[in-house]
Structures are given as C-alpha cells and as structure tokens.
Design a protein. Structure first.
Length: 763
C-alpha cells in the first residue's frame, strides 16, 4: 500500500494504491475506526489509474477556494498527555500547554483555514527540534498536532499580583495556588478566556467574589480536582458521569449531596451544582496542587463579556482579582464553558460553547449561506453552508456596549473563516432587539421569524424533521405578531407556514419588562385578570404584602387604565406569578429565578394531584384558562397547604394542559422548546405523558432549549423556505391565521378538565 494525504479547505484528501482487497480494507477501517476525535460528515470515493507510488506521503495543505472542512472544537486533555505531565523524566513534566492530536486547543486558536499552525495563534512559537521531530513523524501521536509545544519552545506561564515580583513558569503556578489557599481571588487565563477562581468551600471568599463581580445570586460553577472529588459533592448518574468526563468537558448540572462541603453562597437555595473537571494541563496542575474544588466563573463583571486578552483582563478585572495567572498563547476568540444537564438520560446542552463549537448541526434541508442573527438574551449567531449549520459560541445578553461589540465581531467570524459571505439574513420579529437592528442595517435580503416559531424550528433542525409538527413553545417572552408578548404557545408548523393553534390565557403585566425582575408584578396581573381591582385587595397574599402601599396603588391604577400593561401569554411569567403567590420569590435577582424556585420547591416523592383548568375555544384556536387553577390555589394558600404539594400540583397542571391541547390535534410529532423546558420536572413529565398518548416527542438536546437556539431556528426557516420554492418563502413570518382576541366574552368553555392526575394520556 502506498499513497498520500493532504489537508484541503474542503476536507482531507487521501490517495491510496495497492491490492484491491487492501484498498477495500483501508476504506472499511477508516469508516469503522476513524482516528480519535475525527468527525467524518461524508466520504467520497473515486477510482483512478495507479501511479506506482512508493511509501505514504503527507503533502502540504492546499488552500483552495471552496472551504468546507470543519474547524475542530477545543478538546480536553487526554490521558496520555496527563501521564506525560505527571512523569518527572518526561520533557513535558508539569508543562501546562501539553497537547497532542487527541487533545488541546483548536477553535480558540484558529485564525484562518486550513487548520495549520501558521493559521493559529501558535504561529509565533517556533518548534524546537524535538517538537518538530514529533510533528513530522507519522508514528508519533503529536504528528501534525498544530499546537504542539514544550517548555523549550512553547507558551509560558506568569503570575502577577500582590507586592512580590512577578513569577514565571512553575513558580507562577505555585503562587496562584498559594493565593487560592489563602482565600484570595485568582484570575486565570485558560483555554477560551479568563476564569475567576476562589476556594469553593470558603464562605467569606465566595461572598467577596460575588460582591466584587456584582453577581448577587446567580449560581456559580465549580471545578472539582477530579471525578472522585465530584462524586463526593454530588450524586452522578452514569450519563452524567459520561458527560462530565467527555472530551467536551462541559459544566454538568448535578444533584448535590445535602452535606457537600461547598459554601452556601456558591448556589444559594439550589439543589444542583454546576460542576466541571479540569480540561487543560494548566487546570490539572493547579487543581492537583490544591486538591479542593474551586469556583470557576467567567472572568468578567456581571453582564459583560468574558475577558480573553491579558492586557484587557488586567484592567477589567483589577479590583476583582487579587492575582493573575497569565500565559502568552493568544486566544483567537472568547469561548465560554458549555453547560449540560441530563434529563431522561439524555443530555441537554443548555449553553453550547467550548468543546462543541464550531462543529455543525446537520440540517434536514440545505440553506445556502444564511446568517441567523439570534435573539437578545443568551445570544448566538448561526451561519449555514449547505446542510451544515454552524452555531456560534455563547455571546451572552446583548445589553452592554461590550457584548454588542463581541456580537458584531462574531457576525463576521464564521463567514470570513469559510470565505463565504452570507447572502441572506434572518432575524427575530422584535423591532427593539439589538440583533434585529444589526440585521436590518446589514441586509437587503432579510426576513424575520417569530421568536417562538424559531424555538420550534431549532428542534426540527436538530432532529432533522421537516414537518408537519405541533410545537409547544413555553418561554419567557417573545414578540408576537399581534403586538402582545407571547410565551405560552402551541404552534402548528407545516411547510413554510405556521398557525397559532392554542395559547395560555393572557394577562396584563404592570410595568411591562419590569415584571421580569419582579415576579410579584406577574402575580398582580394574574389576580387582576381574574378578580379585577378586588384581586389587589386580598388580605395576606405574599405578592400584595411585599409592595409598599403607594406602589401597589399606582400599579393597580395602571392595570385599571391599561397604561404600560402589555398583555402576555408567557408561561415564564405565569410561573413567576405562581412562585410569587406561593411566597417563594417576590423580586428576582436573575432572570428566571422565581420560576426556578418553583421547580426547587417540588417534593422528593411523586405527587399525582393537579389543579383544575379550562380548555376554551376562541376563534379557530384554543385557550388554556388557568383561572380555575388560580382560584383553587388561593383556597390552598388560605388553608396553609404544604407549599411543596402546591408546587407539585402546579407542575402537574401545566403538564395536563399540554396533554389536553395535544389530544385535540392531529399531529403525531410533537416538539417541546423554549426556556421553560429547562425545568426538568416539566420536561420529563410532559415527555412521558405525550409518549403514553402514542406521540413522538422531540426537544432540544444538542442545541439550547433557551434563546441560545433561536439563531439555529432562524436558519432552519430559510432552509424550509428554500426547499419549498427555490427562494425563501415568507409564510413562516406572515401574520398567523389566528390572532389573539382580547375579549373574554368571545371565549366559551370547550371542556373543563378537573384532573386528579397530571398528564393523563389522551382518552
Ligand atoms: Zn493529548
Ligand atoms: Zn518544543
Ligand atoms: Fe425564547
């Protein structure tokens, strides 16, 4: 056997010649046992006359014009490299930038294609002769490992902070460990950016980090020294263990042991801990020195993008960090840690970033060069080439000038890497999203997709579905084409059009957006909806007593006059209001906190009870009326019923509502998407109930169920449009055939569902 191989921008090109049987065996072996971390999206084989070559050669990369080779994602340190750095006689003993073809930085160092050292931030590190020899030897596991390096020729560590002189290399690591042991806050430059680290067991140190970073209560992720340490803190299923130890090495949300020795301030009132394991040699070496878990949260001030450059970090994190552990390998672009939770033994990637990005999601239909601009919160961008949809790393909330700048940079990043400018843009319907304004400024050929339709489409993209489907989009909020705030929607998607076939009963949000930070305002709106002004005088209700009398009167008047009180069908706001009524949370310290507290209030054991609700007909659609639930709940509150029991009843009612609508619909393929399905109980019980009804159920697994998935849904809309007509059809954005009517009189009850057990299958 002889031949050659070379990297091209379109993929790997291999020529082999030899006896026919050997060639066949080679092809089989390549497909069945590809090299570790290789991802083959397609193989094309063609025959050629033999050339009588001798030996097997690697040819220099060829920079062609059609760029379609995949850019690899960053990979956690492999066991062999770990062994190298632990062995005192190895020349890479304790070297924090050790890597090989099976592990190391990729996307975070790539500046251009093809993926060769000269096109990465390793360009300026000239390999020493020993590294070069490994790089050139096909039998070496560092053969063509682009970031290959050693203490002689590669990146170096440095430490600055405190009054002592700066330190280098191993001494720098020792100083950083000293700082953490003493309860100090360390800014550490890792793979895709900076982490802020602090001893996760140290209550005062964690509180100090929160104060300085301006992060009040949102849970902080921790890095455990190793798997055994993680198992001491949390209980792990085998699926959770698998993802924790995977080469993607995400943060996995794990059930904490009640007595885990972790400071309360890490994740206050939260039964879960976000845990990751060390994923670079630097992390392994540092955590090995410490042998205790550290908080590892992104290096930024709250709501700003993560720092990834030394100079910027030294300024931006000054006043937060007590010391900086830096290195001189530039990061090409910031890549945050990914977040995964396991529900029904399946992963849900809640934040798809390091380790996953920029590997594509395969669309069921091609969409040529479409740029999806995403939403507003947890923003991402998607770019499609044929059937590959590349979703960007997590870009955070587009609420500061800094985040917008990072967003703007990322818009151009993938099209530039692939050398293919987008020909079409797709954005959200919301006129005030920063992403919408960017899209409008940049595109002549732009179309807009309703937010919750995009949620449904993201699942269709991920699971290669082309419809028809019925999508349940339960979410925080999104702009509805009727000018109200949507978020509790049932959307039938077929071909390139959709219709809103059912939704939650709307209520008014006093103060509009302010309700996101004040769940008690949602409660107010719900009480007003059902009881009118009288609802705001009910004695002893937690949301009412939490207000100053004056404020309550002002909000009451606003509701009566309909001033700045937008109507909403949002499931997220409904959960907020219910959480507030239960007395769990009146003001939220981060988005979704109240709804999360409602989930965390669930009892350990299964409770089958549910509250009653009504399914009503309105125009050509259905309305889920939660009034009977609210009324019964108030009776429970008055009778001081167990809050945990009430939380279970609420959840079961929501499941039963979904089942009730689905039973009236012909679609046998169902989709669950939107931020509310981050709620494990709601998701798991809905899936089970729908499966019991004989339906196929899909939800976001490898793409975010929250607004991180919106950009993918937008690209999917373009794919469906192209398939239908050869051009983009606008049906998915046209006015729905069902528009919400505000009049209560027009509704009439279809059924009253007084379920005793949540999520009964269809009769
Ligand atoms: Zn390795
Ligand atoms: Zn070297
Ligand atoms: Fe959303």
């Amino acid at each position: 056997m002889s031949g050659l191989v070379r990297n091209t921008t379109g993929g790997a090109h291999i020529e082999i010649e030899g006896p026919a049987q050997a060639v066949t065996q080679f092809l089989e072996a390549m497909e069945r046992h590809p090299p570790p971390r290789a991802r083959m999206t397609s193989i094309r084989v063609s025959e050629r006359p033999t050339l009588g070559r001798k030996g097997f050669h690697i040819q220099p990369s060829d920079a062609g014009d059609t760029r379609s080779a995949l850019i690899p994602a960053d990979i956690a340190t492999c066991t062999e490299c770990l062994a190298d750095i632990a062995e005192p006689r190895n020349r890479r003993y304790r070297y924090p930038f050790t890597n090989c073809t099976a592990c190391g930085p990729r996307f975070s160092i790539v500046e251009d294609l093809p993926y060769d050292r000269g096109n990465t931030t390793m360009r300026d590190f000239i390999m020493c002769s020993a590294c070069q020899a490994e790089y050139d030897d096909p039998r070496d596991r560092r053969f063509h490992a682009q970031p290959n390096a050693c203490p002689q020729c590669g990146p170096r560590l440095s430490y600055v902070g405190g009054t002592r002189a700066a330190a280098k290399d191993h001494e720098a690591l020792v100083r950083a460990a000293e700082l953490l042991r003493a309860g100090g806050i360390l800014a550490l430059k890792g793979l895709g950016g900076f982490h802020l680290m602090v001893d996760a067991r140290d209550e005062a140190a964690v509180a100090r980090l929160r104060r300085r970073k301006g992060r009040e209560a949102k849970p902080l992720a921790i890095m455990a020294p190793n798997l055994a340490a993680a198992e001491e803190l949390c209980s792990l299923s085998s699926a959770e263990r698998h993802f924790l130890c995977s080469p993607e090495a995400p943060i996995v949300l794990l059930h904490r042991h009640p007595r885990a020795s972790i400071a309360h301030a890490v994740a206050p009132g939260n039964p879960y801990l976000g845990v990751m394991l060390p994923y670079t040699p630097l992390h392994h070496l540092l955590l090995g020195q410490l042998n205790f878990p550290v908080v590892a949260t992104s290096g930024n001030r709250s709501e700003e993008p993560m720092c990834f450059e030394n100079e910027v970090a030294l300024v931006a994190l000054d006043g937060i960090a007590d010391g900086f552990l830096l290195h001189d390998r530039p990061i090409a672009r910031p890549v945050d840690d990914s977040i995964v939770q396991v529900v029904l033994d399946e992963a849900m990637v809640l934040r798809r970033s390091r380790g996953y990005v920029p590997l594509p999601i395969e669309l069921p239909l091609p969409a040529s060069r479409v740029l999806g601009y995403g939403g507003h919160l947890k923003a991402t961008i998607s770019f499609s080439l044929g059937r590959n949809a590349f979703i960007s790393q997590h870009l955070g909330n587009l609420e500061s000038a800094e985040s917008l700048e990072a967003y703007q940079q990322t818009l151009g990043d993938l099209p530039r890497l692939y050398g293919q400018p987008p020909v079409r843009g797709v954005c959200d319907l919301h006129p005030d999203y920063a992403s919408t304004r960017k899209a409008e400024a940049a595109n002549d050929r732009l179309f807009k997709v309703q937010h919750h339709v995009a949620h449904v489409l993201s699942v269709m993209a991920e699971h290669q579905l082309t419809g028809p489907v019925l999508g349940v989009s339960w979410d925080g909020s999104g702009y509805g084409p009727d000018g109200t705030v949507w978020g509790g929607e049932f959307l039938a998607v077929s071909g390139t059009s959709y219709s809103r076939v059912a939704h939650l009963r709307p209520f008014s949000l006093p103060g509009g957006e302010a309700a996101v930070r004040e769940p008690r305002r949602s409660a107010l709106g719900m009480l007003f909806e059902v009881f009118g002004s009288q609802g705001l005088t009910m004695a002893g209700l937690p949301p009412l007593t939490s207000f100053e009398e004056m404020d309550l009167r002002v909000l009451g008047r606003a509701l009566e006059r309909g001033v700045n009180t937008p109507r909403t069908t949002s499931c997220g706001r409904l959960f907020d209001g219910l959480s507030s009524l239960l007395g769990l949370r009146q003001t939220a310290r981060f988005e979704g906190e109240a709804a999360m507290n409602l989930e965390f209030a669930l009892p350990e054991h299964e409770v089958p009870d549910a509250y009653p609700f009504q399914l009503e007909e309105e125009g050509s659609g259905l309305v889920l009326n939660w009034e009977p639930m609210l009324r019964t709940m108030l009776v429970d509150i008055e009778g001081s019923a167990d809050r945990r029991l009430m939380a279970a009843r609420i959840h079961n009612t929501m499941v039963a509502m979904i089942v009730a609508v689905v039973c009236r619909r012909p679609e046998d393929t169902l989709i669950l998407s939107g931020g509310c399905f981050q709620n494990r109980y709601l998701l798991a019980h809905t899936v089970k109930a729908l499966r019991d009804s004989g339906r196929r159920v899909f939800w976001n697994q490898s793409t975010p169920v929250n607004d991180g998935g919106i950009s993918l849904g937008q690209v999917m809309a373009a794919a469906l449009g192209q398939a239908e007509s050869g051009a983009v059809a606008h049906g998915l954005v046209a006015q729905p055939d069902y528009v919400d009517g505000a009049s209560l009189e027009r509704r009439r009850p279809l059924t009253t569902v007084a379920t005793e057990s949540g999520g009964m299958p269809c009769a």
